[in-house]
Design a protein around this ligand. Structure first.
Ligand SMILES: NC(=O)c1ccc[n+]([C@@H]2O[C@H](COP(=O)([O-])OP(=O)(O)OC[C@H]3O[C@@H](n4cnc5c(N)ncnc54)[C@H](O)[C@@H]3O)[C@@H](O)[C@H]2O)c1
Ligand SMILES: O=P(O)(O)OC[C@H](O)CO
Length: 363
């Protein structure tokens, strides 16, 4: 007897939701995509193109778009939620009456909700109370996924069924899906790297070189993992696709919207001008504010996030901030090898010895 086709629902009509819907359809699933815009819905169904967000790529014609959640969600084995973080909670609450506990619910969104500093999978869990919750994150520029460039991602969940069902639904010869059980770490990695992509875009626009970019990315990784560990994530997760992998792509590519916002700021545009010119979501702008506030409140050392916050929201010129950062504390390279406190203590001892020697000289 032929196996029943999997049903996949995608919430969100942006670039990543559309790219993932097309992969699932390439894999033979019956795919329905929910979006708000009736004209875009019509275009996806008739022309198999998302002219607003992915105009240059054909969508698998088996993807059926609808503006009605009641037509999209019931009966779907897998539900992918690809909605920017600011609207994520609202959309999940709209979806809730059409969802059932057997469904696998996966966030693809790399952001943080201001209220309660919540990650998107926490919102999925709290709003539904359902057991099969996961997160997809990794170096996944949507237009390259849509172009079928060879790509890998991570499905993170502590539920093995969620991991294997997503690997089956999305894994194919151009898209590999690796598994993790550190949902929190994978999700934080995706959200945090956006902050540093803005800084990398800014550095590029200011004419800074490859040494600078490499320093920025590596210190960003140190800062991201320091923050994540303080919140209970596993630092080893940051060695994977959703940590260093996503950091590399987002800090290196003009296809990244966060990088582009940073680049525009580096060219002298205001934050409003940079965001308006983008016309899509750059999650890092909101994330840097939330993470900087949290780091200050909890005493977590995050000089790059603090510096970027000062540039974005306090009018400090980017070049001046880069100069100040270069004059900051010279700390440990890898804190999991040599603790920061040990480096600081050695500096204090050396200073004490120098002061002592000076005092002795005058005595
Ligand atoms: N684009 C990428 O390359 C990429 C890759 C990986 C992950 N992501 C993540 O995926 C998430 C979604 O991003 P995207 O790139 O698809 O976004 P996008 O900017 O391309 O589109 C956002 C979509 O969400 C819709 N939307 C916004 N507010 C809504 C609301 N209140 N109700 C219903 N729909 C609403 C918009 O209409 C649009 O269809 C982001 O948080 C991003 O971090 C994006
Ligand atoms: O376009 P960005 O900056 O939101 O980045 C897209 C993806 O997160 C890259 O993995």
């Amino acid at each position: 007897m032929a196996e029943e086709r999997m049903r996949v629902a995608v919430l969100g009509g942006g670039s990543f939701g559309t790219a993932l819907a097309s992969i699932a359809a390439d894999n033979g699933a019956e795919v329905r995509q929910w979006l708000r815009d009736p004209a875009l819905t019509e275009q996806i169904n008739r022309e198999h193109i998302n002219g607003r967000y992915l105009p240059d790529y054909a969508i698998n014609p088996a993807v059926v778009a609808s503006t009605e959640m009641a037509e999209v969600l019931p009966g779907a084995g897998l539900v992918l939620v690809a909605i920017p973080s600011k609207a994520f909670g609202d959309v999940v609450r709209q979806a809730r009456p059409h969802l059932t506990p057997d469904q696998i619910l996966v966030s693809t969104t790399k952001g943080i909700q201001e209220e309660g500093f919540k990650l998107m999978s926490q919102i999925l869990e709290e709003e539904t109370g359902f057991p099969h919750i996961g997160v997809i994150s990794g170096p996944n520029l949507a237009s390259e996924v849509a172009d079928k460039q060879l790509t890998a991602t991570v499905i993170a969940s502590d539920d093995p069924e969620t991991r294997t069902r997503v690997q089956t639904a999305l894994g194919c010869d151009y898209f590999r899906v690796y598994a993790s059980n550190d949902r929190f770490g994978v999700e934080l990695g995706g959200a945090l790297k956006n902050i540093y992509a803005i800084a990398a875009g800014m550095a590029a626009a200011l004419g800074m070189g490859e040494n600078t970019r490499s320093m920025l990315m590596t210190r960003a990784l140190a800062e991201m993992s320091r923050f994540a560990v303080s919140q209970g994530a596993n630092p080893m997760t940051f060695l994977g696709l959703a940590g260093v992998g996503d950091l590399i792509v987002t800090c290196s590519s003009r296809l990244s919207r966060n990088y582009r916002v940073g680049y525009a700021l580096g060219e002298g545009k205001s934050l409003d001008e940079a965001v308006d010119a983008l016309g899509q979501v750059a999650e890092g702008v909101n994330t840097v504010r939330l993470v900087r506030d949290k780091a200050r409140a909890e005493g977590i050392y995050m000089p790059l996030a603090e510096g970027l916050y000062q540039v974005l929201f306090r009018g400090v010129p980017a070049k001046e901030m880069a100069r100040l950062l270069m004059l900051g504390e010279q700390s440990s390279d890898v804190e999991f090898v040599l603790a920061r406190e040990d480096v600081q203590r050695a500096h204090r001892e050396q200073e004490g010895a120098t002061q002592g020697a000076k005092g002795g000289g005058h005595g």
